[in-house]
Design a protein around this ligand. Structure first.
Ligand code: PRP
Ligand code: URA
Length: 213
């Protein structure tokens, strides 16, 4: 990780930046886009979990007894925002297979740009776990703000947000509403356009991921 603004960590790892460039290219086909998102999700997962607390446990190797490190506390929760957040889920579960999953169904109304909820299912003990909200795009941030509000209503108090591309307007809006929730991203782009799309961005992440349009 290199660049850092208040509460925002931009992952400048060369592999992340390379893969993101391939994803941005309008000619990248659906299957490749999907594979790249999964690959990047592993690298972002590595970064967002970098400071997880460890505990010391006694084990026996085939050679000797030792005290070794293990991740402490309850299992993580990954919270993909449907649909596009699902594209980041499997890569993260590859790294943290025992994580729990909270599905948050929200879409952005194309006219009003406000978030509309249609599904929510999460573990009941959110208050005792770290929740990592995942969505490739943070544009106006209306969706991410609503998702985090919903998780907080259900008791969550240790939340992080991972996105692939963020708009400066979205970062500001999100941090103003949830200053306790840090953001990990691969890029903070230039701006939003009149339709609320990130510029230069990568287009509609859900459509590119699932081949709808
Ligand atoms: C996209 C994206 C975010 C949201 C970002 O989802 O995956 O959830 O827009 O926009 P915002 O920051 O302005 O709220 P979309 O609503 O297109 O739904 P989808 O994932 O089902 O395609
Ligand atoms: N949602 C997307 O998928 N892309 C954008 O640029 C903005 C919102």
């Amino acid at each position: 990780m290199a660049k850092s603004m208040q509460g925002v960590k931009v992952c400048d790892h060369p592999l992340v930046q390379h893969k993101l460039t391939l994803m941005r290219d309008k000619d990248t086909p659906t299957a490749t886009f999907r594979a790249l998102l999964r690959e990047i999700s592993m690298l972002l997962c590595y970064e967002v979990t970098r400071d997880l607390e460890l505990e010391r446990v006694e084990i026996e190797t085939p050679v000797a007894a030792m005290t070794a490190n293990k991740v402490a506390g309850k299992k993580l929760v990954f919270a993909p925002i449907l649909r596009a957040g699902v594209g980041l889920l499997d890569g993260m579960l590859d790294l943290v297979p025992s994580a729990r999953v909270a599905h948050i169904g929200l879409y952005r109304d194309p006219k009003t740009l406000t978030a509309v909820e249609y599904y929510f299912k999460a573990p009941s003990d959110l208050a005792e776990r770290m929740i990592i909200v995942i969505d490739p795009m943070l544009a106006t941030a209306g969706t991410a703000v609503a998702a985090v509000e919903r998780l907080k209503e259900r008791g969550a108090n240790n939340i992080r947000l991972v996105c692939l591309v963020a708009a400066p307007e979205g970062v500001e809006h999100f941090r103003a509403n949830h200053p306790d929730v840090p953001i990990w991203t691969a890029s903070v782009d230039e701006k939003l356009n009149d339709h609320g799309y990130i510029v230069p961005g990568l287009g509609d992440a859900g459509d590119r991921l699932f081949g709808t349009r």
